[in-house]
Design a protein around this ligand. Sequence first.
Ligand SMILES: Cc1ncc(COP(=O)(O)O)c(C=O)c1O
Length: 371
Amino acid sequence: MTCLTKIPYTDISQQHAAIKEKLLAAVERVIDHGKFVLGPQVEEFESRFAQLCQTKHALGVGNGTDAIILALKAVGVGPGDEVITVANTFVSTVSSIIAVGAKPVLVDVRDDYNIDPRLIEKAITPRTKALLPVHLTGRPADMDPIVSVARKHHLKVVEDCAQAVGAEYKGQKVGSLGDIGCFSFHPLKTLNACGDGGAIVTNDEQFYQKVKILRDNGMKNRSECVAWSGNSRLDTIQAAILLVKLDCLKQWTEKRIENAKFYQKELSKLDSIRFPVDQPYEKAVYHTFVIQADKREALIDYLAQKGIGTKIHYPIPVHLQPVAQELGYKKGDLPVTEKQSQEILSLPVYPELSQENLAYIVQMIKEFYES
Ligand SMILES: Cc1ncc(COP(=O)(O)O)c(C=O)c1O
């Protein structure tokens, strides 16, 4: 079996080719009205995004990292506090905790790559202020036990939904399950801007008002400043682009899920590969399709030779990053996370992949293990 085209790990140009005219028209409308900062498209996007996330409020911010930083500040996390999260995540989940002056406390994950709720209670100290579960790969973390331990100990829950727009846990959208949900619209995300972008969602009026002020230099209105803060607003041009893409999101997500199901069906026959299966109570949106593979490095090379791009999310868990030395963790502290980091591999799963592409990828993986 041969595939004439190379299959990159991601290919945003294919997505854009299909909607380029609509994107250009949307940008043109913003250029024509000239309200580049907090213009009407930002408000329209916020209203539609809140609806999508089943929350009362949404606020557009500069990027996903700022969304987490602003959310932590809004729920009252500051210097001296501790926040419990995972090391199997993009580094910004953890660096956002550092950015507000707090201490990250890292616990291990389950087979589904998400925080293991059974380990949270043991990690709580009198300084713990919040839990920061990550819905990694687009699969919701097991939120019922997470929220219940948080309520028991009077902790806030900030959800890192950067990879999980539209994912559901027991019929409820991620972002609406804790106190504040944080999203990224980085170009590689499922709902993506043409540049940086992010949002927070919440049902809490107070947290909403706080983030609204904090994202805008602490300004309560045009003249009154009530908090020292910075500037992290979603650009009107990016909001206009996101509005166009919001119309496609359902279809894109369905195709991602379909692609993932194809992989699951085909690869479940291989003993050398493992991956999480969907639980009846969850809807995973497959931002990434992450397998755990024997002989991973050789598989990466083999697939590369066959024209197939792959990535590792993430090769070095945060607690073993050079910068994290000051946190005092060592190899062996988070055994599941560390084992996964040696075996995980993300396969292409974007909606524009053809059936021929998918069949070719599966065929090459089988060929690798059977040869
Ligand atoms: C899990 C996770 N958290 C946070 C972020 C940060 O988002 P951004 O790159 O928009 O700052 C990302 C994405 O990059 C992410 O994948």
